[in-house]
Design a protein around this ligand. Structure first.
Ligand code: BTN
Length: 325
C-alpha cells in the first residue's frame, strides 16, 4: 500500500496538473482508487490541489517522515538504509522493532517510525503519551561495543536529538541526566534503550526516541508524582518544526555519535554531553523508586553515572529522575 502511495506522490511531483484519468493510466489503477489515494496522500501531509477540468497538482510536499521522502534526503550509511517502516498508528514502535530484531535477518540500522502510538513506553515502565504530531521512532542496531559501553547508547541518542533540535529550530536545547532533552527547562524528548545480550555479547539494541514535536502540551499531561514539566517544540518556539527534516537529522547524528563511540569510546561522548547540559554544578534532587538524594550534580562519570555531592559524601548514581532545584 505505501508503495502505491509513494508511486502516486512521485507521479504528482514529477508533473504539473495531471487528470485523474492520466494518473489512473500511469499508475495502473482505477479512477476511484486514484481518488482514495489522493485522500490518503492529503492525510499524509501532501498538499494536493484539484482543479475542475485540469486534475490534480502537488502544491506542497509532506513534512511527515515517510520512508520514501526520508530516503531522498537521509545522509547515513547504516541507520535507515536497510529498511524504514512507517505506521500511521501502532501500539509502540519499540515493541515492533523488538519483535523484528528478535526474528533476525538484516536488522542493523532498521528504523520504525509512527505518527501515533497507542501504548508508547517510557523509562521505568512508564507510559509515554504519543499523540499525532510527534516524532516517535525506534532504531535497531547490532553494536560492536561491549556490554559495559552499551550504557553509553542512550547518551549517544540524547546528544543526537539535542543537536538535531538545535539545528532544525535554531533554538536552544539542553540535556538533563540521564537522557532527557530539554527546552526552556522542560522535557521535550526522551530516550528508551532495550537490549538483548548474552554473557558479554550484545545481540541487538533498540533505541527508542520520543520527541514532542508539533504536539499540544495539553495532550501530554502525565499524572504522577515528581512528574517532569513537559513541553513540545511547537510550544517552545511558537511554530511547527519540519518533522521530515528533524527525523533525518536525528538519524544522521545518531549514526555519527554512534561511530564516535565505536571508535573512541565513551570519553568524547561524555565530553559533548557535559557541554550541552546546564545541570552540572546545580543543586538537584534525585528521585529513585524507594529513595531520594539531595546534593549538587558534580559531574557525569565516564560510565554515564551521575556524581552527586551530598552534605557529607560523594555518590555515583546509576538511575533515577533528576529535579533541578
Ligand atoms: C522516557 O521515558 O523519557 C523515554 C521515552 C521514549 C519514548 C519512545 S517513543 C518511540 C519509542 N516507542 C516507545 O514505545 N517508546 C519509545
Amino acid at each position: 500500500m505505501p508503495d502505491r502511495l509513494q508511486q502516486l506522490a512521485e507521479l504528482l511531483s514529477a508533473e504539473g496538473f495531471l487528470s485523474g484519468q492520466d494518473i489512473a493510466k500511469k499508475a495502473g489503477i482505477s479512477r476511484s482508487a486514484v481518488w482514495k489515494y489522493i485522500v490518503r496522500l492529503r492525510r499524509y501531509g501532501y498538499g494536493i490541489e484539484s482543479r475542475r477540468g485540469m486534475g490534480y497538482r502537488l502544491a506542497k510536499t509532506t513534512d511527515l517522515p515517510v520512508p520514501w521522502e526520508l530516503a531522498k534526503i537521509l545522509k547515513t550509511s547504516v541507520v535507515g538504509k536497510s529498511q524504514i517502516i512507517y505506521r500511521e498508528n501502532i501500539d509502540s514502535t519499540q515493541s515492533l522493532a523488538l519483535r523484528l530484531a528478535e526474528k533476525g535477518g538484516k536488522i542493523h540500522g532498521l528504523v520504525v517510525i509512527a505518527e501515533q502510538q497507542t501504548s508508547g513506553r517510557g523509562r521505568m515502565k512508564r507510559k509515554w503519551l504519543s499523540p499525532k504530531g510527534g516524532v516517535w521512532l525506534s532504531v535497531v542496531l547490532k553494536p560492536l561495543v561491549s556490554l559495559t559501553m552499551s550504557t553509553m547508547l542512550p547518551f549517544v541518542a540524547a546528544l543526537a536529538v539535542c543537536d538535531a533540535i538545535r539545528q532544525s529550530t535554531k533554538a536552544d536545547a539542553t540535556l538533563k541526566w540521564p537522557n532527557d532533552v530539554m527546552m526552556a527547562g522542560k522535557k521535550v524528548a526522551g530516550i528508551l534503550l532495550d537490549m538483548s545480550a548474552e554473557a558479554d555479547m550484545i545481540n541487538y539494541v533498540v533505541i527508542g526516541i520520543g520527541i514532542n514535536a508539533n504536539v499540544e502540551t495539553s495532550k501530554l499531561k502525565v499524572d504522577r508524582q515528581n512528574k517532569p514539566e513537559i513541553t513540545s517544540i511547537r510550544q517552545s518556539i511558537g511554530r511547527d518544526v519540519n518533522r521530515l527534516h528533524l527525523t533525518a537529522l536525528v538519524l544522521e547524528k545518531l549514526e555519527m555519535y554512534y561511530s564516535v563511540l565505536e571508535k573512541y569510546g565513551s570519553e568524547p561522548i561524555i565530553r559533548e554531553w557535559r557541554a550541552r547540559s546546564d545541570m552540572l554544578g546545580k543543586k538537584v534532587t534525585v528521585v529513585q523508586q524507594d529513595r531520594t538524594y539531595s546534593g549538587v550534580a558534580a559531574n557525569i562519570n565516564e560510565d554515564g553515572s551521575l556524581l552527586l555531592k551530598t552534605k557529607d559524601q560523594e555518590i555515583s548514581i546509576v538511575s533515577g529522575d533528576v529535579i533541578i532545584n
